[in-house]
Design a protein around this ligand. Structure first.
Ligand SMILES: CC(C)(COP(=O)(O)OP(=O)(O)OC[C@H]1O[C@@H](n2cnc3c(N)ncnc32)[C@H](O)[C@@H]1OP(=O)(O)O)[C@@H](O)C(=O)NCCC(=O)NCCS
Length: 382
């Protein structure tokens, strides 16, 4: 790399691939999956329909949807090995790490783990998407010393997760709210975890390794970990009256407001309004609007404050996900893992898209160390 070449440390604006999966217009706050506006999909489709759209290129007919649901249902159970791995994990860890361990166990059990045939990749994508809610619910229960609940074949992806986590069938509102959440976070172009999955896959490794890499990446606070941090922030703020002093203090000590700002959106994230609506209605169902109201007040404050308006910092997808997932009973530390239950679909769709045009992703760094160094044996070093 020459001295003159400019370093783009965050790769902002760098185009690394073509995709037909999702399109983001960050200036105008628009998100489309394969051309469909997210507003048209969010509250009128099932998460399974979105899986079909992302993996197979089009919204399914009823019979295609039935077939996909039956394939998912047949893979939702965990194998005895994966169940045991989950049950033996420390109860103190992050749930998203438990999912990474479970994905690794799935890989080690798969005799065709390294196959890069498209049919096999599609099959594994379905297996992983089906198993993710079961894995997460299983870890959340076993760490509390509770029995693992097997999936209910009559429930879909969203309803099953809530059922397997809580041991009670969710209401229609709860299942619809989580279904909408899963749809909204399924795919988001070249986000960090998708990129990390693509980088890993580009070395011609197996699908599971790419998903394990993406899980590690999603966990970070600047990415999928932000929903948990946003909820902690809301709890820290505590009351609507404390929003203003909290924001002023945050600006003074340069503390970021979690769930605010985005690398691509310079407008309100188009997913926020759907999450805001469900955050309110599920809070009402549970009889406690406290955290929803704190979030609404915080958004109002950032809309009025010039620090945020000048920098065009608006709520991102995590902002209202936090009170919604909290009202649904998802533990705070499991919120990034709940994100992964959905995003595994986007990751695997990206890897399918990448497969026909595999090329090693390998950028460069500018060397800034000493030009030469004199080697000395260990007994002569000071
Ligand atoms: C998402 C995020 C990492 C994007 O970062 P980025 O594109 O690299 O933006 P930068 O870090 O360059 O920030 C640009 C400016 O906005 C400020 N800013 C960005 N996000 C902010 C936030 N959440 N709270 C307060 N200030 C913020 C920065 O301090 C910086 O101000 P400056 O110009 O005075 O230095 C960032 O907005 C963030 O940390 N948000 C909170 C975490 C979060 O919600 N992540 C989930 C993303 S979906």
């Amino acid at each position: 790399m020459s001295e003159e070449q400019e370093i783009n440390s965050g790769l902002e604006g760098v185009v690394v691939a073509e995709t037909s999966l999702s399109m983001i217009d960050g200036q105008n706050g628009i998100l489309r999956y394969r051309g469909y506006d997210i507003d048209d999909l969010a509250q009128t489709t099932s998460f399974e329909e979105i899986m079909h759209l992302l993996w197979f290129g089009k919204l399914p007919t009823q019979s295609q949807l039935d077939e996909l649901k039956s394939r998912l249902s047949s893979h939702r159970q965990l194998s005895p090995v994966v169940k045991k791995v989950i049950a033996d994990l420390p109860s103190t860890g992050a749930p998203i790490d438990a999912m990474r361990a479970a994905v690794t166990a799935m890989a080690m059990e798969d005799p065709d783990e390294r196959s890069l045939e498209m049919d096999d990749i599609q099959e594994r994508a379905i297996r992983m998407a089906a198993a993710f809610p079961t894995m997460l619910a299983a870890y959340l229960r076993t760490r509390e010393g509770k029995e693992i609940i097997d999936p209910d074949p009559n429930l879909g992806e969203a309803g099953n997760f809530l059922y397997m986590m809580n041991g009670e069938k969710p209401t229609d509102l709860e299942a619809n709210a989580f279904n909408c959440y899963l749809i909204l976070v399924a795919e988001h172009s070249m986000n960090a975890s998708t990129f990390s999955g693509r980088v890993t896959f580009s070395t011609i490794t197996d699908l599971y390794s790419a998903i394990a890499a993406a899980l590690g990446c999603l966990k970070g606070d600047a990415h999928g970990g932000a929903n948990a941090r946003a909820m902690e922030m809301l709890l820290d703020i505590g009351t609507e009256d404390n929003v203003e002093p909290y924001v002023e203090e945050s600006l003074k000590i340069k503390r970021r407001l979690m769930g605010i700002g985005h690398r691509v959106y310079r407008a309100r994230d188009p997913r926020a309004k759907h999450l805001m609506g469900f955050s309110e209605s599920v809070a009402d169902l549970k009889g406690d609007r406290t955290w929803h109201n704190v979030a609404v007040r915080l958004e109002q404050m950032t809309n009025e404050h010039e620090f945020f308006t000048e920098r065009r910092l608006y709520p991102n997808v995590e902002f209202y996900s936090a009170p919604l997932l909290y009202s649904l009973g998802i533990p705070i530390d499991a919120m990034p893992a709940a994100f992964a239950v959905s995003r595994v679909v986007g990751w695997t769709a990206n890897l399918m898209e990448q497969l026909p045009n595999m090329r090693l992703i390998r950028p460069q760094a500018r060397y800034t160390g000493p030009e030469t160094a004199e080697f000395k044996p260990i007994d002569q070093r000071s």
